[in-house]
Write a new protein. Sequence first.
Length: 214
Amino acid sequence: MLRNVSLFSDLPEDDLQAISSLATTRTYPKNTIIISEGDDSDSLYAILSGKVKVFLSDDEGREIIINILGDRQYFGELALLDDSPRSASVMTIEETKLAVISKSAFEDCLTKNPVLAIRIIRELSSRLRNLTQNVKSLALMDVYGRVARTLLDMAEPNGDKLEIRQKLTQRDIASMVGASREMVSRILKDLSTGGYITIQNKTITINEKLPPGW
């Protein structure tokens, strides 16, 4: 099953078998905290099925979602590389099956496979670029601009339209763009009324180019 995870897809068969034999498979119900910010680092998590959200929160319970991850993706690698505590929390948003790989097994695999190390570097570079873009959006864009950018970033082609396959709630989107749920609700309602998007069973379809302003 690890062969389907993007990080391990190019590993030689012997190395894949070795790391698979050391991995533990666990299934978590919806709304389960897998990692808490500040935890010690001891495992890498590969998502075999399901979805999780990566988020930061404060003492008053407010949170901002950094990312939503699904099948074939992974999390927890950063803390394994620098031995620092976890930098964010991770919670399931639906029932999720994970392969849990110990730090020692991951490091052993990393030293034997330069291709894996290069892939890690590229993934971290991509995530850093996305984080930089998110900071820029929060600083320079209005709420509509941040919502529109988030929808487009998460959308995937589906015929002549774009579709966001993650089942996002208005509160999820609000947490991702740093706005109130009420403001996000108004924006989505207006986009839906104008025919720009269609929302059905929490799946958002972008029917045509989103307007430049709101």
